[in-house]
Design a protein. Structure first.
Length: 357
């Protein structure tokens, strides 16, 4: 069984979203039901647990599937904050608290970490590591003191945007028909300040969701030796989705020792699922992205970023317990054991060691 580092999931956001909606239900307050955070009435009444649930990811399956580290994405959107009737920064703090609470309840399985050294020790001792990350810095409001607070709370990797403009940068344009590529609007002044502060404090920049122009700005601003990660982005040459990376940005990412994580969302894997009625997420499509990127920039720039509990796809890898399916498919496709291990955990661990220590 190959150890796994998964750079992105939305499980904590799902758990907190369910909790807030359940509280609103008991108060007689109607709240929107996001399609990607669908839960049952029983789950609304009783809540969700990180230890064991019927969604994509839980602690028990992480353990049984041989995980080395699971990155837990914290996304405090305006919609989520409004639903909870708090400010976005207050909601971010609520997500941090919920993450701490859930991880503590699984202390026999999970260990929270902020360094690669901790990860290696914990894994050797039989624990699964979990690390806080931020998806979308909207809640931070462009304020460095909020970024510093996130660091103190254990966040060690952060993206600047989701699919919308915020105080620091732009995502790709979200329209009624999907995302449109934006290679015009670069980083805002606060965005330049953010990435410089992240580089200095030892927090990894995640360029997934950041538009092309902003990504180019980031690459030209950071030191050439500073690795950058795209936690859950595929190759745009294989699937035209805006959230995937074009060849030139994949090359720039690889040149600085960065890694991009294979995203399991169907519409980021195969063009035929972007506009069609089917939503199949197939391992064979993941293999095509891995093969393409290996030929373009080398195997050292590829990792895994499932986006579990944040996608509505019909998944062939149906949850974290089935993560070894990709390794088996890579083996059948002719990848060596070393190449499989690099994609599964070694490439990302290398970046974690370099930046986090």
């Amino acid at each position: 069984m190959v150890p796994v580092i998964d750079m992105h999931c939305d499980t904590i956001a799902l758990i907190k979203n369910c909790e807030v909606r359940g509280e609103n239900k008991r108060k007689g307050i109607l709240t929107e039901t996001p399609k990607f955070f669908a839960v049952t009435e029983e789950e609304l009444d009783n809540g969700l647990s990180l230890r064991k649930n019927n969604h994509h990811l839980d602690a028990e399956r992480l353990k049984s599937a041989g995980y080395f580290c699971q990155c837990l994405g914290l996304c405090a959107s305006k919609r989520a904050a409004d639903m909870a009737r708090v400010t976005p920064m207050e909601y971010f703090r609520m997500l941090c608290d919920k993450c701490d609470e859930e991880v503590a309840d699984c202390s026999d399985i999970l260990r929270p970490v902020t360094t690669a050294a901790e990860m290696e020790k914990n894994f050797k001792d039989g624990y699964v590591n979990v690390m806080k990350t931020i998806e979308d810095s909207f809640a931070l409001g462009g304020k460095l003191e909020n970024l510093e607070e996130a660091y103190r709370r254990g966040v060690r990797m952060a993206s600047l945007t989701w699919n919308y403009e915020n105080d620091v940068a732009y995502g790709h344009h979200l329209t009624e028909t999907g995302l449109e590529i934006d290679d015009v609007n670069g980083l805002k002044p606060a965005g330049f300040e953010f990435i410089k502060a992240m580089e200095e404090m030892g927090m990894i920049l995640d360029i997934s969701h950041l538009n092309d122009a902003g990504t180019r700005d980031a690459f030209s601003t950071l030191k050439p030796s500073t690795p950058v990660i795209a936690t859950h982005s595929n190759a745009r040459a294989v699937c035209r989705a805006a959230r995937n990376l074009p060849d030139d940005l994949l090359k720039k990412l690889a040149d600085r020792g960065g890694v991009t994580g294979i995203n399991f969302c169907h519409s980021f894997l195969n063009d035929k699922y972007i506009d069609g009625p089917e939503n199949l997420s197939l391992v064979s499509d993941m293999i095509e992205h891995i093969r393409y990127m290996k030929n373009l920039v080398g195997i050292d720039a590829i990792g895994l970023g499932s986006d579990f509990d944040g996608v509505t796809s019909t998944l062939e890898v149906n949850g974290c317990g089935e993560m070894q399916k990709i390794a088996q498919a890579m083996d059948r496709a002719g990848f060596t054991d070393e190449e499989i291990e690099k994609v599964y955990y070694k490439n990302v661990l290398r970046v974690f060691k370099e930046v986090l220590g």
